[in-house]
Design a protein around this ligand. Structure first.
Ligand SMILES: [Zn+2]
Length: 327
């Protein structure tokens, strides 16, 4: 996925308030760069890039495929190495006349801590490259280097860091399945794993805040402020974008984007304040840069990914987790 929601909401006042807040923080804080922040664990972007290649090498992680099962086991084993606990949340769902077997992959860090943060990405790949011009290609799956694997890779690298530098609060990582299963226009059959997890929360405690990362690897990425995140979690958005614009202004952009349908929504509907970090102009292939118009095509491959982008997203999350008053 994801898609822009039909009908953008008017959130100008809220956006202005958040950005004013972010600007005020920015003026008060001394300018810092990642190099000046020695105690922050460092994000290994080379390793995150390799994790994208490894996921893509399984083949498209389409529910029902062998690649899906193999990648599920790979991700679970990786999380088991690092987390206090890692487990699968399996469920079945009837979709388009067949019963799909789906798995959310779950991991907890500092399991005893009462205050929790949820970090979420989707690990499945889209079964149909329906943005291809050639109808024969539209029936083939999307390799999903950026759409799926990039968010998972950032969270797996964070998991490695949490294992050596425990975060100041409890963190739960949720890799959701079936995000991108729906046919174009059929919004009911997207977000299968996050909808299931929001109804059947897999961890013992609900989080105070959550962040979804999706399409976070393109080497010319731009992350604007997504409308529903701003409405549901204005303080969180202000904090993340204050950090992002201070450390990585080439990627984090205070401009508002429309509302995007993605895995944050089922949790927001459940009352959990969640923010979505997403390269919004990829959605719907609206980038002015021709190379970047590969969303839901066979060209969603690792050669579009930039390690610096992965480092930016990972470092913003680390700075937020380790250096902010949380929750
Ligand atoms: Zn997608």
């Amino acid at each position: 996925m994801p898609f822009f929601a039909a009908g953008r909401r008017s959130l100008h006042i809220a956006i202005a308030a958040v950005l004013l807040h972010a600007c005020a923080q920015r003026v008060q804080q001394e300018q810092r760069t990642p190099a000046d922040t020695p105690s922050l664990p460092s994000f290994d972007a080379e390793r995150a890039y390799r994790l994208i290649e490894q996921q893509v090498a399984f083949g498209a992680r389409v529910p029902g495929s062998r690649a899906h099962l193999e990648c599920r086991d790979f991700l679970l084993e990786a999380l088991k190495q690092y987390a206090d606990t890692a487990f699968l949340q399996g469920f079945e769902q009837r979709v388009y006349g067949q019963t799909l077997r789906l798995w959310n992959i779950c991991a907890s860090f500092r399991r005893e801590h009462p205050e929790r943060i949820l970090l979420c990405a989707h690990w499945d790949s889209r079964p149909y490259a329906d943005e291809e011009e050639d109808p024969a290609l539209r029936r083939l799956p999307v390799p999903g280097a950026n759409d799926g694997a990039s968010g998972v890779a950032v969270l797996l690298e964070l998991a490695r860091i949490f294992s050596t530098s425990p975060p100041p609060v409890g963190v739960d990582i949720l890799l959701v399945d079936g995000e991108d299963y729906g046919r174009a226009g059929d919004l009911e059959h997207f977000l299968l794993g996050s909808r299931y997890a929001a109804r059947n929360y897999p961890f013992p405690r609900l989080p105070r805040w959550g962040v979804v990362v999706d399409l976070v690897g393109d080497r010319q990425a731009r992350f604007p402020v997504e409308a529903q995140s701003l409405q549901a979690a204005p303080q969180l958005v202000a904090r993340l974008w204050e950090i992002g614009q201070r450390l990585f202004p080439q990627y984090f952009d205070s401009a508002p984007a429309g509302a995007i349908i993605d895995d944050h929504l089922p949790f927001i509907e459940r009352g959990i304040p969640m923010a979505l970090i997403i390269d919004a102009e990829l959605v719907g292939n609206r980038s002015p840069i021709a190379r970047r118009r590969y969303w839901h095509t066979r060209r969603d491959l690792p050669d579009n990914i930039g390690q610096e982008t992965l480092r930016a997203v990972g470092t913003v999350l680390l700075e937020w987790l380790y250096r902010s008053p949380l929750p």
